[in-house]
Design a protein around this ligand. Structure first.
Ligand SMILES: Cc1cc2nc3c(=O)[nH]c(=O)nc-3n(C[C@H](O)[C@H](O)[C@H](O)COP(=O)(O)OP(=O)(O)OC[C@H]3O[C@@H](n4cnc5c(N)ncnc54)[C@H](O)[C@@H]3O)c2cc1C
Length: 377
């Protein structure tokens, strides 16, 4: 049976970032991806925002990896000529009652080490965003937008040039623990099966990561690894109104952080989108319900008073791999070496929702450090 040192399941931004990071370790590395190309899962359906790290509880992996990841990603994009723009973000209090939660966010952002945050009064907000309604705002100049598809392509190229093997159309359907390492079973497009052994297995399978963990015998209910998919739809703003917004405009965030609230994002071509909303779903269907335009309109009317419902056209949708059950409290990223579960060599990455794109390079760094600390690399 063929043997590799490290197998990474999933060629999204997270799996590829880990592969890139450990590619200089001298180990043989294989990335297995069920789709025909890289970054076709969650990574292809995001807001493409480089977050600064404001929202997440201090000390959480989301906060730490986002702050570190944003710095690494800006460096990576600059070095690799990947398009990005630090267009800045205003988190706006629509009414005086929302001001305390914006002030709390400022303190949390400062605790998380986010640089250059600034509170704006109404006059200062209007100087930046003359068409936005609201009484004050928290302004983050380091928040930006990026071409996530270019990030994926560059990470893939880096891995291939560093000797990493990437196999597409290769879903992992079995993970069997051996005395040392695991036997991984892959199903080929012609339904034939192929098995090989691997000392280390890294599960970066996005929406399927809990299922992949269960293949190794982990009880996903007991370990609290079950994923509750949360859909996020976007509507694009038509009628030339994209010119009325300069940066990113977010509302005061939702309680429990199911989403960051429907916000206005610009892409690198200058187009304006509203979204994503956030609702739990049972199936992975990416259609946008045109009837939701009404909710988008009413949800953003106070912040973006220049919009009419007719300006909104369905755009696209993404699905978050949430660990947080409906109505429950914040859950952090899970990045865990499962030796305590009797599975040494298995690293699970579960619940890598936003800010996973921003954090991807920092996640690579974190996983490498974890493997070294546990004497696996
Ligand atoms: C609506 C939305 C908006 C977002 N906006 C932002 C944002 O603005 N900024 C930000 O920082 N983050 C954002 N995120 C989060 C970010 O997009 C994700 O955290 C990140 O893309 C996750 O990458 P990943 O590699 O873990 O997952 P994926 O990209 O899904 O990669 C996992 C891969 O594993 C493969 N796979 C699954 N099962 C198997 C198997 N059995 N065998 C082989 N391959 C398998 C899948 O095909 C997939 O390609 C957003 C997410 C959503 C849903």
């Amino acid at each position: 049976m063929c043997c590799v040192d490290v197998t990474i399941i999933g060629a999204g931004v997270v799996g590829l970032s880990i592969a890139r990071r450990i590619s200089s370790s001298g180990r043989s590395i294989a990335v297995l991806e069920k789709e025909p190309g890289p970054g076709r899962g969650i990574s292809s359906r995001s807001s493409e925002v480089i977050h600064a790290g404001i929202y997440y509880p201090s000390g959480s992996l989301k906060a730490r990896l986002c702050v570190r990841g944003a710095a690494l990603l800006y460096e990576f994009c600059t070095a690799n000529r990947i398009l990005f723009s630090r267009i800045g973000k205003a988190i706006v209090a629509a009414f005086p009652e929302e001001e305390p939660s914006i002030a709390d966010l400022y303190s949390r952002g400062m605790d998380n080490g986010v640089e250059a945050l600034k509170m704006l009064d109404r006059k200062e907000l209007l100087a930046r965003e003359p068409h936005v309604g609201g009484t004050s705002a928290l302004y983050s100049p380091n928040t930006g937008i990026v071409d996530s598809h270019q990030i994926v392509k560059r990470l893939e190229a880096f891995c291939l040039n560093s000797g990493v093997t990437i196999m597409y159309r290769s879903p992992v359907i079995g993970l069997e623990k051996q005395r040392h390492g695991f036997v991984c079973t892959v199903e080929h497009p012609d339904r034939s099966l192929y098995s090989f052994s691997s000392d280390i297995v890294i599960n970066a399978a996005g929406l399927d990561s809990a299922h992949v963990a269960s293949l190794a015998g982990i009880d996903i209910h007991r370990s609290r690894y079950r994923i509750f998919p949360v859909k996020g739809e976007y509507f694009r703003v038509t009628g030339g109104k994209h010119r009325l917004i300069h940066g990113l405009v977010y509302p005061s965030p939702e309680k429990n952080l199911t989403g960051l609230g429907i916000h206005a994002t610009k892409d690198l071509a200058g187009a304006l989108r509203l979204g994503p909303n956030a609702f739990y779903v049972d199936s992975l269907d990416f259609a946008v319900d045109p009837d939701h335009a009404r909710d988008f309109y009413s949800g953003t009317r106070d912040l973006l008073p220049f919009l009419n419902e007719e300006d909104l056209e369905p755009d696209m949708a993404g699905i978050r791999p949430k660990l947080q059950e409906p109505g429950c409290a914040f859950r952090d990223f899970v990045i865990s070496h499962e030796a305590p579960l009797g599975l040494p060599g298995l690293v699970n990455l579960i619940g890598i929702e936003s800010p996973g794109l921003t954090s991807c390079l920092a996640i690579g760094e974190y996983v490498e450090a974890m493997l070294k600390e546990d004497a696996l690399l």
